[in-house]
Ligand binder design. Sequence first.
Ligand SMILES: C[S@@+](CC[C@H](N)C(=O)[O-])C[C@H]1O[C@@H](n2cnc3c(N)ncnc32)[C@H](O)[C@@H]1O
Length: 387
Amino acid sequence: MQNAINAISSQLGGENFEKCTFSSPVNKSGELHSVIINKVSNSSEIKVELRLQKHNDIKTILKKDFIERDLPEYLQQFKQCLIRSESSETQILLNKKLKSKILTKSLEKNETNKNHNRQKNYLIPDGEVCPFLIAIGVMDNGGRVKSNHYKKFRQINRFLELVDDLYKAPDIKEFHAVDFGCGKSYLTFALYHYFKNIKKIKIKITGIDLKQEVIDHCNKIAVNLSFDQLHFAHGFIHNFKTDDPVDFVVTLHACDTATDDAILFSLRHHAKQMMFVPCCQHELNNQLKNDESAILLKHGIFRDRMTALVTDTMRTQLLEVCGYKVQSMEFISLEHTAKNILLRCSKVTRDKKQTDESLSKYRDFKKQWNINPYLEKQLLIEKIIEA
Ligand SMILES: C[S@@+](CC[C@H](N)C(=O)[O-])C[C@H]1O[C@@H](n2cnc3c(N)ncnc32)[C@H](O)[C@@H]1O
């Protein structure tokens, strides 16, 4: 473990340190899911975010205290640690005996990628000043994407390409979108920029997140950018109410059943389009049972992946029952994030026969996997689908 302590402390102490994530908890059913450490402007301190089952705890502490007091503890609680600096990425894997394997890769290749991206026809090009990208720290004042923000830059452009497919020739002049679990809102700002500045549509966007500090931060940025129809509000997805019509709903990496709450909101408001990138599908993990494929569920890692697939299949089928065409696709390459499946939904017209067929297929699937999902229960309670 000492090797891991040395590797992490030297990175945390370095000027180029950016972020460190402890993940894969040894105790999977414990309270603590992950720990994320970010740099702060005062270089002797770091921001430590504990991601717990029901809420997150954020505190700013001295690096020195973290290294002496917390680091050895987290190395015993987590199997993985990923540290990013401006120029490298180090992955530390710990086994049960706390022996570590340390893998470091240089991020220099971004320079090559940069040239490649310049030639690519991105909706937001590298090399052209884009105020919102500067405000969120992805671009420098000269319009060049910062080398350590290339992944984010590509993700933003990929997201906009997928939105652009839906709105290539929009016959709309006004538009209200909601982004649930917006977090730091890179993609919410991108969405606003896309509709307002590229498509020239009168847009109103509301971002919702349960963390007050990110909401305050994002509202400040929106004001500074004069994005006057972009507002962020603090709260849980399931509590959010609006009297405005809602055209488009987005959730990107909202955890567990938060995606289902966003689906329910969309259905209640008859949203015309939605995009969901689900994350951490825990709800059905313990329910999943399939006698004919029991061996598939024997190993934890296969069960986790199967749970994610069954959860998204269930969501897709229920959305079809509710009158949406659903396309599933990769959001961005797996190199960037493992939470990678995007469900893109558009309202279509379906007759009763088609709806009944979809519902009957859903019920067969539900029986096959022995599941009783939250989404279906809510749809029945709210009478959005028939019993
Ligand atoms: C992984 S972050 C993703 C942030 C952003 N959408 C992105 O893709 O960069 C998930 C965010 O969803 C928020 N969140 C999770 N569950 C939520 C809920 N039920 N209601 C509101 N926000 C939620 C978290 O606070 C967190 O900021």
